[in-house]
Design a protein around this ligand. Structure first.
Ligand code: PLP
Length: 414
């Protein structure tokens, strides 16, 4: 069958070798998957999920039992007091934006301790001028960069001693950067440190790409609020859109009143038939995240063996589902991404080309042959066309499809 996909015997043989080597890593991924599956199933049973929860509301969405119970399920899984899980969030960026506008007031200061936040937040924060930014409302932004892939404890302590920080943002996944993603143990350590100086500051986690990668989640190590997208890990490839915010009850209330209306908050917002997809999505998510992780581990070792720099290495502890491949060559990066597209179920005959994208300085190539537009829990790969020509690859609804995609991409590039 592989021959019909134009994949050479040399690459097949290498993949057999690699699959033997990565076996112990796959076993660990499987254990985490099983643990998280137990967590999810427990939450379903404790909340007595039943057929009736798949019903929908329209219009204002008053009394939507399915929506409200689905939010209880999310809250239980993440050890949150409350959660907001809505299709009315159009993206992860939207949920992050709602949270920031909900928690911050004019004169407040937001501090990022993982350097500059994700690119799509530039105009939200006002790092890039925008008349609707937080900055335009008189909200200040400060950042402390990571040093050697770790928190800059000295600078963080120094800044907290001066006081007057309303919110600390921590982005766990690396975004389009070459830093490492933040492990849950490192998150735990920095939160302990923050709390020594400030008991009140809101600790908000951009949790995109990190859910279900480990056994523990940020709220379990002291964070106040987590935010993420449902067309990434937690949607399990089934949620057609949406995002979530979970954590302290008072903060979720503020976020709900910002998403909808002060005084109405979580009480409104019709589910329009999306609840079953959210529930089925989070039910599948532990396994889909495991498939994505296996795909990333397999790709990491394959490409390392072919002589490329990869981050993380196949046997390193992971905090997210993203795999960086350093091609050091524009053509190889482009060919690899085009190969990922060729190995996709949707639009496999389209050839992605580097293009100018809003919000990016360099041209970017994006491969995503996905059922859900822009979904990156499905196998997808992109990279800005600038040295050292790094591909950011993630997703894979099943390991088998992920592996085939990676093999096709390698064949296309070699
Ligand atoms: C994807 C992502 C976002 C934004 O999510 P969108 O749904 O694409 O708007 C924010 N932060 C990180 C770290 C992400 O990976």
């Amino acid at each position: 069958m592989y021959e019909q996909f134009g994949i050479s015997e040399k690459i097949i043989n290498l993949s057999k070798e690699v699959e033997k080597e990565v076996e112990p890593v796959f076993e660990k991924i499987q254990k985490v998957c099983e643990y998280n599956s137990l967590k999810v199933l427990k939450a379903f049973q404790n909340n007595r999920i039943s057929d009736m929860h798949f019903n929908q509301t329209t219009g204002y969405g008053y009394g939507d039992i399915g929506r409200d119970t689905c939010e209880r399920v999310f809250a239980d899984i993440f050890r949150a007091e409350d959660a907001l899980v809505r299709g009315q969030f159009i993206s992860g960026t939207h949920a992050l934006t709602v949270a920031l506008f909900a928690f911050l007031r004019p004169g407040d200061t937001m501090l990022s301790i993982t350097g500059k936040p994700y690119d799509t937040l530039d105009e939200v924060i006002g790092i890039t001028e925008n008349p609707s930014s937080l900055k335009s409302y008189g909200i200040n932004f400060e950042k402390i960069d990571l040093v050697n892939n770790n928190f800059d404890y000295e600078k963080i302590e120094e800044r907290l001693k001066k006081g007057n920080i309303k919110l600390i943002e921590i982005q766990r996944s690396k975004g389009y950067s070459t830093r490492k993603s933040i492990k849950i143990s490192d998150l735990e350590k920095v939160i302990k440190c923050i709390r020594e100086y400030d008991k009140e500051v809101i600790i908000m986690i951009d949790n995109c790409y990190c859910e279900f990668v480990n056994e523990r989640e940020p709220l379990e190590v002291g964070a106040d609020i987590i935010v993420g997208s449902l067309i990434k890990n937690l949607g399990g490839g089934i949620a057609p859109n949406g995002a979530y915010i979970a954590g302290k009850k008072n903060l979720v209330k503020l976020a709900a009143e910002r998403l909808t209306v002060p005084g109405e908050g979580k009480e409104v917002g019709p589910s329009l038939g999306i609840t079953k997809s959210f529930l089925q999505g989070i039910f599948m998510a532990p396994s889909v995240v495991a498939s994505s992780l296996k795909t990333a581990v397999f790709a990491s070792r394959m490409l390392e063996k072919l002589g490329y720099q990869v981050e993380p290495k196949y046997d390193e502890e992971r905090a997210d589902i993203v795999q960086n491949i350093n091609f050091n060559d524009a053509t190889k990066l482009i060919k690899y991404c085009q190969g990922i597209q060729m190995g996709s179920p949707i639009d496999s005959d389209s050839i992605p080309e580097p293009w100018d994208m809003p919000g990016y300085t360099d041209k970017v190539i994006m491969a995503a042959g996905t059922f859900t537009q822009g979904s990156s829990i499905e196998l997808s790969c992109d990279g800005p066309i600038r040295p050292p020509y790094i591909a950011f690859m993630q997703g894979g609804l099943t390991y088998e499809y992920g592996k085939i995609g990676v093999l096709k991409a390698i064949q296309n590039m070699e």
